[in-house]
Design a protein around this ligand. Structure first.
Ligand SMILES: [Zn+2]
Length: 272
């Protein structure tokens, strides 16, 4: 998971996977935009994880099959199972020559025990549908509406923020007062350090509460930035190989629910 720069808050694609890790394949195509999402890990932790991952690269024996860019994010809406990719090759019986290849996505429950009725899905068709949906969200106005709706569903935290801010101001004022009393000789060193320590702990905890509240009350992103990312993904898609597609789509999309029809429903990473 830590390979994806999205975990340090950046959005990136167009890097080629190979020995020794990800390298830009072509300066025009490698895109990394920092600070698009709230970082899930610090940049430093991420760099460390890359170093560890690279040192272990030689231990990986099985190549990752990248023929199905949507594997892992496609979910069957009928039964909740993951939907995985499957490739079928047909050969000429006589000459043993390769005739054709067809890719499908298949509900795992259906494959496993027939316990689901979701038909097998032609991969090209589903991938085109997903791209079409993403392209529709490349409109900042549509995104802004969806964000506003999300914000309306969030509980209002403004009163709580006001109260935490007031308590924070008071803790800081108290620290200043204790400091002045100590300088004026009205407070002994022991009483001083006891009071300062307790106030500092309170201040720290209130500041953390405030940061958390602020994070929850601000929109997770700027709609224009994301709209541009969606447009770029759709533009570059035909030129990307399967591995790049897989990486790019995961940077933006958390899940794609598949309904019979077939019909697809995109859940973006920023959605709750
Ligand atoms: Zn199913």
């Amino acid at each position: 998971m830590l390979r994806n720069p999205v975990y340090r808050g950046a959005l990136s694609w167009g890097r080629r996977k190979g020995q020794g890790g990800s390298k830009p394949q072509d300066a025009d195509r490698a895109v990394t935009i920092e600070d698009v999402f709230p970082a899930l890990v610090s940049a430093e932790t991420w760099e460390q994880a890359q170093a560890v991952r690279k040192s272990r690269t030689h231990l990986r024996t099985r190549a990752v099959t990248a023929e199905h860019p949507l594997t892992g994010i496609l979910v069957c809406d009928l039964c909740g199972s993951l939907i995985s990719g499957h490739t079928q090759n047909r050969y000429d019986k006589r000459t043993k020559e390769h005739r054709w290849t067809v890719r499908h996505y298949r509900c795992r429950k259906r494959v496993h025990n027939g316990g689901c009725s979701l038909p097998f899905l032609r991969a090209d068709r589903i991938e085109a549908m997903v791209l079409e949906r993403i392209a529709a969200f490349a409109d900042p106005k549509l995104l802004a509406r969806r964000l506003a709706q999300m914000a309306a569903d969030q509980p209002d935290t403004s009163e709580e923020m006001k109260s935490v801010r007031a308590r924070l101001r008071k803790a800081r004022a108290d620290m200043k007062r204790v400091d002045q009393d100590y300088r004026a000789g009205e407070l002994g060193p022991r009483a001083y350090s006891r009071q300062i320590e307790s106030l500092a702990a309170e201040e720290e905890s209130l500041a953390a509460q405030l940061r958390d509240l602020e994070k929850r009350s601000t929109p997770p992103f700027e709609p224009r930035v994301h709209a541009a990312q969606y447009r770029r993904l759709v533009q570059l898609w035909p030129r990307m190989n399967m591995g790049e597609r897989r990486e790019a789509i995961r940077a933006l999309v958390r899940q794609v629910r598949v309904l019979p029809g077939p019909e697809v429903q995109i859940v973006f990473r920023w959605e709750p």
